[in-house]
Design a protein around this ligand. Structure first.
Ligand code: PDD
Length: 282
C-alpha cells in the first residue's frame, strides 16, 4: 500500500506526520472521503471543489493546484492498483509550534490514503439499519459552518460513541432547535406519501456529495423532492428513511428510537434509489 505524503509515496509503516502538525494538535485541517468504483474516482470534481471551498473558508493555502491535486489522487489510486475502494484525502495546516496560530505553520500538509472499504453488510441494505437519536447537537452556522469538512470531528465522534453504546450502526443528530440534521457521517432522507425530504444544509448538515447525487436522481426519476427542515416525529411516522454517504452509499433505516419505520425494511423508493445509484457508479 502506497500513501501519498506531501509529494512522496511511502509505505504504510513510513507514513508519519509531525507531532507539531496542527491537524493533530488542533484538528486544524480539512478532508474528503472519496469512492473509487471500477477504477473511476466518483464525483472527483465535486469532492475537489468542496475541498478547495473548505480550504478557502478556513484560510488554508493548499500547496497544490486543483489540477495537481487531481493528478496526485489519480496517481495514488494507480499505484495502489485498486479498482474499488475508498480515498481519504487530508490537508492539515501542517507543522507549526505549540501555539494555535496558523501563521506559525509555513506550509499545509497533504496526505492521500487509498484503501479497500466495506462498512455495512449487504443484508443491511435490504433489511435496513436500526438507528437512534442522540443528545449530541450539530453545530449550525453560528458556530463552525457544517459545510466545512474540517478535521474537527469530535462532535461526530461523540455521536458515534452514543451509537455504539446503543448498539446501532448510525445515529441521528438534531440541531439545537430540535430539527433533524444528519448522522455522524451520513446525510439523512425520509419519504412520506411519495415525497422525498432531506434537511437543508443550514439546519446543520454537510452538503454531502452522495446527498447531491440522490437529489439529482430524484429529479431524473420524477420523484418529488423537498429540502425542508423536519423533526424526529416526522422520521418516526415516515414511510421510509435512509442515510446517504460516500462510505454508506444509500442505506435504509428500519427503526428509530424503537419506532418501526414504514414496513420495517428497505422501502420501494429507497430500494429504487439504491439500485439507480449503483447503476450510476458502476
Ligand atoms: N462522511 N455528513 C457528515 C458529517 C459526513 O462526514 C459525511 C461524509 C456525510 C456524507 O457526505 P458525502 O456524501 O459527501 O460523503 C454527511 C464520510 C467521510 C464518508 O462517508 O466517507
Amino acid at each position: 500500500q502506497w500513501i501519498y505524503l506531501n509529494g512522496q509515496y511511502v509505505t504504510k509503516e513510513n507514513a508519519k506526520i509531525s507531532v507539531y502538525d496542527h491537524g493533530f494538535l488542533y484538528g486544524d485541517g480539512i478532508f474528503e472521503g472519496i469512492r473509487i468504483y471500477s477504477g473511476n474516482i466518483f464525483k472527483l470534481k465535486e469532492h475537489l471543489n468542496r475541498l478547495y471551498d473548505s480550504a478557502k473558508s478556513i484560510m488554508l493555502q493548499i500547496p497544490l493546484s486543483l489540477e495537481q491535486m487531481q493528478e496526485a489522487l489519480v496517481e495514488t489510486v494507480r499505484r495502489n492498483g485498486l479498482r474499488d475502494g475508498y480515498i481519504r484525502l487530508v490537508v492539515s495546516r501542517g507543522p507549526g509550534n505549540l501555539g494555535l496560530d496558523p501563521l506559525r505553520c509555513p506550509e499545509a500538509f497533504v496526505i492521500i490514503i487509498v484503501e479497500e472499504l466495506s462498512i455495512y453488510p449487504e443484508e443491511a441494505y435490504e433489511n435496513g439499519l436500526v438507528s437512534v437519536s442522540v443528545s449530541q447537537r450539530r453545530n449550525v452556522p453560528d458556530a463552525l459552518n457544517p459545510k466545512i469538512k474540517s478535521l474537527n470531528y469530535l462532535n461526530n465522534v461523540l455521536v458515534k460513541i452514543q451509537a455504539n453504546n446503543a448498539g446501532v450502526g448510525e445515529a441521528i443528530m438534531l440541531n439545537s432547535q430540535g430539527y433533524v440534521a444528519e448522522g455522524s457521517s451520513d446525510n439523512i432522507f425520509i419519504v412520506k406519501n411519495g415525497v422525498v425530504y432531506t434537511p437543508p444544509c443550514y439546519v446543520g448538515a454537510l452538503e454531502g456529495i452522495t446527498r447531491g447525487a440522490i437529489m439529482e436522481l430524484c429529479g431524473k426519476l420524477g420523484l418529488p423532492l423537498k429540502e425542508e427542515p423536519f423533526t424526529l416525529h416526522d422520521v418516526y411516522v415516515a414511510d421510509e428513511a435512509f442515510f446517504t454517504g460516500t462510505a454508506a452509499e444509500v442505506i435504509a433505516v428500519r427503526e428509530v428510537d424503537g419506532r418501526t419505520i414504514g414496513s420495517g425494511k428497505a422501502g420501494p423508493i429507497t430500494t429504487r434509489l439504491l439500485q439507480e445509484f449503483r447503476q450510476i457508479v458502476t
